[in-house]
Design a protein around this ligand. Structure first.
Ligand code: NAP
Length: 314
């Protein structure tokens, strides 16, 4: 089994930084004047704080996120002591992009934008209903064989899709490294439908996206002050119900040295055995999120948060 690269991609990685915000104007209102400088500073602070995994995708800002990371990496190479980093990106299997040639060309463009020969983790962003999972698993295996990626991942896959992809990769002498899914205190589907369990049983890392529920679990948004744009619409039904959860997170955070609701939310994800990748628009958010590391919620805290999350999401 060629498992070594898979082990090393998440070696010592408890949390990453998500970069959908870098370039995206649809959900995240990317600031064209200052967004790039802020993103570069967020990259820099991530590495300073030992948060070495950066998660991007070709569709984030239609390549802008990958380009910003590429710029940051070029600057990193000029440092007298470059800091370690790991890059994860994703292939978008849109209806008109389901051939081997398109996959290979997209991976090459991603590597070019990121300015790397080999990507640490390449993920299929979501499933395409007319393409069997085995097809993309075989393309990932081919990229692993060629060395253009070090680990293969998927995203938004359910239990059966994970199992099929993993099986295909193992028949090719590889493994499935990760499944990136939405997972946070307001979204726990993977715990209930067997996806998390299937990953755990096979040593597949669960990467938790939107671990702050797109900012809601920071406690800064309320029904009177909802998040702007599409986020406000997405969470319109749940926002009026989360005050008791935020209150409990504050209470629990206070016991652990004044941890914020965001830090409690991220620590809860880590306590579940998943890898959170909070999106950060600037260095300050990275710094605050790093306060989720180096301590642990107790079993009682986890149980209390689970119970409250059940209550507010019913
Ligand atoms: N595979 C997929 O399909 C998929 C889908 C979604 C996301 N992702 C990945 O997962 C990453 C994280 O998910 P996400 O970005 O959707 O949501 P998230 O991490 O739950 O929320 C990120 C947002 O919360 C706010 N925030 C972050 N840290 C904060 C702090 N310390 N204090 C106050 N506010 C803070 C910021 O927005 P404001 O300041 O504007 O509130 C930030 O943009 C993405 O960047 C992306 O890499 C993958």
């Amino acid at each position: 089994m060629k498992g070594l690269a898979v082990d090393s991609v998440f070696d010592g990685v408890q949390m990453g930084t998500g970069t959908w915000q870098w370039g995206d104007t649809i959900f995240w209102n990317y600031d064209k004047a200052e967004g790039e400088q802020k993103a570069l500073a967020a990259f820099d602070r991530s590495l300073d704080l030992g948060i070495t995994l950066l998660d991007t995708a070709e569709i984030y800002g239609m390549g802008v996120s990958e380009k910003i990371i590429g710029k940051a990496i070029m600057a990193e190479r000029l440092r007298s002591t470059p800091r370690p980093f790991k890059l994860a990106s994703k292939y978008a299997p849109l209806p008109h992009r389901i051939t081997r040639a398109q996959f290979r060309a997209a991976l090459k463009r991603t590597r070019d934008r990121l300015t790397v020969h080999s990507l640490d983790l390449y993920q299929i962003h979501w499933t395409n209903p007319i393409v069997p999972e085995e097809f993309f698993a075989n393309l990932l295996a081919e990229a692993l064989d060629e060395g253009s990626i070090s680990a293969a991942g998927v995203s938004n896959y359910n239990r059966a899709q994970v199992i099929r992809s993993h099986h295909t990769l193992t028949t090719r002498g590889h493994t499935l490294a990760s499944n990136q899914v939405e997972f946070h205190l307001l979204q726990r589907r993977i715990e209930r439908d067997g996806t998390f369990e299937a990953c755990r049983e096979r040593g597949i890392r669960v990467i938790a996206y939107s671990p702050l529920a797109m900012g809601l679990l920071t406690g800064k948004y309320t029904p009177e002050n909802p998040p702007p744009g599409m986020r406000g619409r997405k969470y319109a039904a749940v926002l009026p119900k989360i005050a008791p959860l935020i209150g409990l997170m504050r209470e629990i955070g206070a016991k652990h040295g004044d941890k914020s609701p965001a830090q409690v939310a991220l620590n809860w994800v880590i306590g579940k055995g998943a890898l959170p990748i909070p999106g950060a628009k600037n260095a300050d958010q990275v710094e605050k999120n790093s306060g989720a590391l180096g301590w642990s919620l107790s079993d009682d805290d986890m149980a209390a948060l689970d119970a409250m999350s059940d209550r507010v999401t019913r």
